[in-house]
Design a protein around this ligand. Structure first.
Ligand SMILES: Cc1cc2nc3c(=O)[nH]c(=O)nc-3n(C[C@H](O)[C@H](O)[C@H](O)COP(=O)(O)OP(=O)(O)OC[C@H]3O[C@@H](n4cnc5c(N)ncnc54)[C@H](O)[C@@H]3O)c2cc1C
Length: 458
């Protein structure tokens, strides 16, 4: 009798799940089935790449977004085949990236088929991953189906958006820009209030002002900080060298002082502060892991917004558009807290507490929460996470913002034992790695998982 093929189930078919499926299709020997289970039924999208608005752009240039490092120009070549004028420095629409990932997956599937490695896509939500017989895993779906697997990769992503409780039950309020109807045209001359002023709020502001040419947008966040923009491409400009860090324990003050010195050195050599920030990218996980836990907490409390607006920047022309909207008074950013939201006429009055000043009242036809994603893993409502934690197969990391994993990405249980057959990639590792959500990191984690599984005997 022919033995059953080895089966690897990837839970989650966003960018991370597709990147790991591509890496597995390329690396594992046959006969193997790679099964991707995606709740929405749409591969390569997730929140980031499901938008259809061409104003919503990638925040990484095309030259850096290939699905695998073996073919670093693959995304650029794919984009150029559709539009010859695309350059490696272009920041393309995010919808294009989802389409690219699906095409790269199709191509990897065709090549792998020759070796007996196949891909299946199942639409459905996984609610549990349970120990099965003979060291295998049982992947349980919401509809009652079960899939047996030799290995499982959890690519669950960033989870659902969160919103401040003050918005609960408020009329004319949307939980995120991705909620149906949130970005539809507004009544003439009205105001849309965005809770948050990060990249998601920028997406919302671009769509709302394009759909409603005379609408005003007011964005409110605690810091009032807005992401900086990338500089336009500078042909021939060499990236900055990363700095050398002192040995021994680090704290945030040491890091901040060293970063200031590095920025000054890069500027003195003719560069920009952005070059200094970008040069740290390969060092960030190591630096994060050298910070004591208290300092990591201090960073999450006091430093993360300051850092994020510099590290996660807008495309240059998106930045120019945002500047123009602000200069025209169509986009206003307030530093404050939403104290209350009250029904008023055909909209709501939003009471914004502003430091050392009287509260401001903003009358809005619509309120959209753009506040990002839940980070308290123990409080997650996700059935799969809850079941893994309840069964003690998973345990929160020390900060509680992701799961504990081994250095090579195996899920670590409540007793500290790494699972032989459950692997984790992406945002669930951010507590331990910090940089763990963007495509370059997902791609590296996907390659590492695939290499490990390819080397493992059946
Ligand atoms: C608005 C936005 C823009 C971004 N832009 C960029 C960018 O330009 N460049 C960049 O590098 N990064 C960007 N990012 C970072 C982004 O998080 C990653 O690029 C990438 O989308 C993350 O992919 P992921 O698969 O890890 O997570 P997600 O995109 O969240 O995908 C996870 C998928 O898993 C599915 N899923 C979860 N749980 C289950 C379950 N139990 N059963 C079945 N399916 C499940 C979800 O439905 C989802 O489709 C952006 C993020 C956001 C939110």
């Amino acid at each position: 009798m022919t033995p059953a093929p080895r089966r690897i189930v990837v839970v989650g078919g966003g960018a991370g799940g597709v990147l790991v499926a591509i890496a597995l299709l390329r690396a594992v020997p046959g006969p193997t089935e790679v099964v991707v289970v995606e709740r929405t039924g749409q591969l390569g999208e997730g929140v980031a790449y499901s938008t259809r608005d061409p104003l919503h752009r990638l925040n990484v240039p095309a030259a850096k977004l290939a699905a695998t490092l073996d073919e670093p120009d693959d995304f650029l070549a794919w984009a150029r085949a559709r539009e010859a004028s695309v350059t490696g420095g272009d920041f393309l629409p995010r919808a294009d990236y989802g389409a690219y990932l699906r095409d790269a997956l199709r191509r990897a599937t065709e090549v792998a088929g020759v070796r007996g490695v196949t891909l299946q896509h199942r639409a459905g939500a996984v609610v549990a991953v349970l120990p099965g017989a003979d060291g295998r895993e049982r992947v349980a779906l919401e509809d009652g189906a079960e899939v047996e697997a030799d290995d499982v990769v959890l690519a669950l992503g960033i989870g659902p958006p969160t919103r401040p409780s003050v918005l609960d039950g408020a009329p004319h309020t949307f939980a995120s820009p991705w909620s149906p109807g949130a970005l539809e045209p507004l009544p003439p001359g009205s105001t849309c209030l965005l809770v948050g002023s990060g990249l998601t709020a920028i997406d919302a502001a671009l769509s709302v002002t394009a759909a409603s040419p005379d609408a005003r947008v007011v964005a409110v966040s605690r810091t009032g900080l807005v992401p900086f923009a990338h500089l336009p491409p500078r042909p021939g400009h060499a990236p900055a060298e990363p700095p050398t860090w002192p040995d021994g324990p680090l704290d945030l003050d040491v890091l901040a002082a060293a970063l200031r010195a590095h920025v000054a050195a890069v500027r003195a050599a003719g560069g920009d502060w952005r070059d200094a920030v970008d040069s740290l990218r390969p060092q960030l996980t190591g630096l994060w892991q050298r910070l004591p836990l208290d300092e990591q907490r201090r960073f999450l409390r006091d430093g993360v917004r300051w850092w994020d607006v510099r590290r996660h920047r807008m495309a240059p022309d998106v930045g120019a558009r945002v500047e123009a909207l602000r200069a025209d008074g169509r986009l206003t950013v307030l530093a404050g807290r939403i104290a209350d939201v009250r029904a008023a006429g055909d909209g709501v009055d939003v009471i914004v507490g502003v430091a050392d000043d009287d509260p401001q009242v903003v009358h809005a036809a619509r309120v959209i929460a753009c506040t990002g994603f839940g980070s308290d893993v123990a409080a997650s409502a996700d059935p799969l996470l809850r079941s893994l934690l309840a069964a003690r197969r998973a345990t929160p990391d020390a900060l509680g913002i992701g799961l504990r994993t081994s250095d090579d990405g195996a899920l670590v249980d409540a007793e500290g034992v790494p699972a032989a057959g459950v692997h984790v990639l992406g945002a669930l590792r951010r507590g331990e790695l910090w940089e763990s959500t963007a495509v370059p990191e997902l791609r590296a984690q996907a390659a590492a998982i695939a290499t490990r599984l390819a080397a493992r005997p059946d």
